[in-house]
Design a protein around this ligand. Structure first.
Ligand code: DON
Length: 573
């Protein structure tokens, strides 16, 4: 029983270029086979394409479009497969954001971010001396917000064409029958299996006494049954009935606080996207409760008036300018951003030209700024407001970033239900000024309140050029998300790189506090030395983000790129 996804034929899924890379998985008559697949980094496709964190997820998404689904169908099916084959971040127990452009010009933003349970409270992670207990916001049952993903998938389905039951079937099959692990995935599960065993009801599918190896099969029967309940009962197959009972029972075992009422009352919300112009391109990204879209707009608008192309790709001058924009944007994040249903985020001011020009007044091109002197802007305005990319044959674009927060979230697998719960509560500011797991600080705007959604950095992003769909892009990486998207877009727009090279280029990251620049392995040494001379503290980092994107070229070819940093993989036809 190897070829389990009958019906998902890859008839004619032939790439236009890079044939040597793709022939092994997207040849004619080839089925999605969870026991034989390979990672494909780049592909140029004529009609429809997916780029995601795992080959099986991308292949299923492409096959769904080949069967008549649109980009929304593909995004649903791809996410569901990621929930099976990429348990680090693909999820049922987490949340995310979907951003879409429809060929009729409509923009859609679906917020299915986790929310704080009713029993949550502002100081729930402080001990009696007022010290933050980050072990509780980062691991175990108390770390979870109310999961949003399943509500998000059904909200997305309003724009899809195929029955939900069909879109979820590949995920059910792969969970029930299993799939072979890649080397990276085997290493990743091995590194966390003891942590999962510590927090979860035993046994879980992820535990075995020996290390997982490449080629091992991971079977997830309980997860398959949970997916079947969703297939049969819709969203209430997760937020009600047996799955909800299992989640609440798991909470009770581990002193968690998510209740039946929390689950039943959870809804996905539509959000108006952040839209701005950058050198003739219309850039669309996600609004609060993600900080991503505002940060992206701020960083790009702060550098727009400078001659980036002339300054050159990753030269000391262009990198320094980009870092100083990052510093200022992240200072604003800490002060001004939170869930807009609980905190007035001054969106219009934060992304206005006047405000952003004035933010760069103290920028000096020859020396490092100082985060002690660069604070959040003073705003008087009182009113306001694992990533995957899909393009279908019609040109609809869908960008989804979804997460459990940390790798494998809270490490709690819901007993009997087979999926991991998020540790998204750590994205709240558990105490003013105390850094979360990504080093981000915050205050009142992002304090814990029941029902409130924790501030995110996720930045699913779309670009239109000459009013036509051009780029879909996004990445994981906590606070490095907006800076990775910013740099990838600038690499394309200012430095004329193709999308794959723009994504694979080494990244750098400054987030105001701590006052240091993370520099990814492979970054130009001369530029590093020049930055150090200007006074920057550099901190080496092995890998930043896993950016997956698609660019539509003037001849309509879907230039599809998966980040070299993971098992990320493309598929299409
Ligand atoms: O919403 C956020 O900003 C974070 N919870 C994202 C976490 C993430 O990207 C983890 N991946 N490295």
């Amino acid at each position: 029983m190897r070829k389990i996804l009958t019906g998902l034929l890859f008839l004619g899924l032939i790439p236009v270029a890079n044939a040597q890379h793709v022939a092994s998985i997207v040849g004619p008559n080839k089925e999605v086979d969870p026991f034989h697949y390979s990672v494909v980094k780049r592909g140029n496709f004529k009609q429809a394409a997916v780029s995601s964190a795992h080959p099986l997820a991308s292949m299923v998404g492409a096959a769904i479009m080949k069967k008549g689904g649109n980009a929304f169908d593909a995004a649903i099916a791809t996410q569901l497969v990621l929930a099976v084959v990429f348990p680090n971040a693909g999820n049922l127990g987490g949340g995310g954001f979907l951003l879409a452009y429809k060929t009729n010009g409509e923009l859609i933003g679906i917020d299915y971010r986790e929310a704080a349970p009713e029993k949550a409270s502002r100081d729930m992670y402080l001990d009696k001396n007022g010290n933050a207990q980050l072990n509780l916001s980062q691991n175990g049952h108390l770390a979870s917000g109310i999961p949003g993903t399943v509500a998000g998938l059904f909200a997305t389905h309003a724009y899809a064409k195929l029955p939900f039951a069909e879109l979820i079937q590949p995920a059910i099959d792969i969970a029930a029958k299993g799939f072979v692990l890649t080397e990276k995935e085997a290493a990743s599960i091995s590194s966390v299996k003891d942590g999962i065993a510590r927090f979860s009801t035993q046994p879980t599918a992820f535990y075995k006494p020996t290390r997982w190896k490449v080629g091992d099969t991971l079977i997830q029967k309980e997860l398959a049954h949970t997916l079947e309940r969703i297939q049969q009962e819709g969203a209430m197959g997760f937020y009600g009935g047996k799955t909800a009972d299992l989640i609440v029972a798991e909470m009770e075992r581990g002193r968690g606080i998510i209740s039946h009422a929390d689950l039943k009352n959870y809804t996905a919300k539509l959000r108006e996207p952040i839209v701005f112009n950058y050198r003739g391109h219309e850039i669309i990204s996600f609004a609060p409760p993600s900080s991503g879209g505002i940060l992206l707009a701020q960083m790009m608008k702060m550098v727009e008036k400078y001659p980036m192309t002339k300054m050159g790709f990753q030269t000391p001058s262009s990198v320094q300018l980009m870092i100083e924009a990052e510093r200022r944007a992240f200072a604003d994040r800490a002060e001004h951003m939170g869930d807009p249903d609980f905190w007035k985020v001054p969106v219009n001011t934060l992304i206005s030209d006047t405000y952003l020009q004035q933010r760069m007044n103290d920028y000096s091109p020859d020396k490092a700024g100082n985060s002690k002197e660069v604070n959040a802007g003073v705003i008087k305005e009182s009113e306001e407001t694992t990533h995957l990319s899909v393009v279908d044959a019609a040109g609809n674009m869908v960008a989804v970033t979804t997460t459990l927060n940390g790798s494998y979230g809270s490490k709690v697998v819901v007993g009997g239900a087979g999926f991991l719960l998020n540790n998204e509560m750590d994205d709240f500011s558990v105490k003013p000024g105390v850094p979360n797991m990504f080093g981000a600080v915050g205050g009142e705007a992002n304090a814990i309140v029941p029902g409130k959604r924790m501030l995110s950095s996720m930045t699913p992003t779309l670009v239109l050029k000459n009013k036509k769909p051009y780029i879909v892009i996004g990445t994981p990486g906590g606070t490095t998300i907006p800076t990775s998207v910013y740099q990838a877009l600038i690499n394309v727009i200012d430095f004329n790189k193709n999308l794959g090279d723009a994504i694979d280029a080494p990244k750098f990251h400054h987030q105001w506090l701590p006052d240091e620049v993370m520099i990814e392995t492979g970054f130009d040494n001369k530029t590093k030395e020049a930055l150090q001379k200007m006074g920057y503290h550099l901190k080496d980092r092995s890998s930043i983000g896993r950016t997956d994107g698609i660019r539509i070229l003037p001849n309509k070819i879907r230039e599809t790129a998966a980040d070299k940093r993971g098992d990320d993989s493309v598929a299409g036809y």
